[in-house]
Design a protein. Structure first.
Length: 87
């Protein structure tokens, strides 16, 4: 049970860090209606520190949440899959 709690807390913290890193520094790109951000670095860090499962979940969910918060909700389903595979 303790292992599951540690695993779940790692996923939760890294998901929040990915979302915050994506929202904090984002540069809009008008022609593509997208943006550039530093959330990719957090996705890679989470995968390197805690393994591919944590990286996949944190990267996909955190980046999709950031898309919805920043008003790019139409990209969220694609981001969930792409960033999940990246992690």
């Amino acid at each position: 049970m303790k292992k599951y709690a540690v695993f779940a807390s790692r996923i939760s913290v890294m998901t929040a860090l990915v979302a915050v890193a994506t929202c904090m520094i984002s540069v809009p790109i008008p022609p593509t209606r997208g943006y550039i951000n530093v959330g990719d670095a957090m996705v890679m860090i989470s995968a390197l520190l805690f393994g591919p499962i944590v990286g996949m979940i944190a990267g996909g969910v955190g980046s999709a949440l950031a898309d919805m918060v920043l008003g790019y909700g139409w990209w969220a389903p694609y981001t969930l899959i792409i960033k999940g595979l990246e992690g």
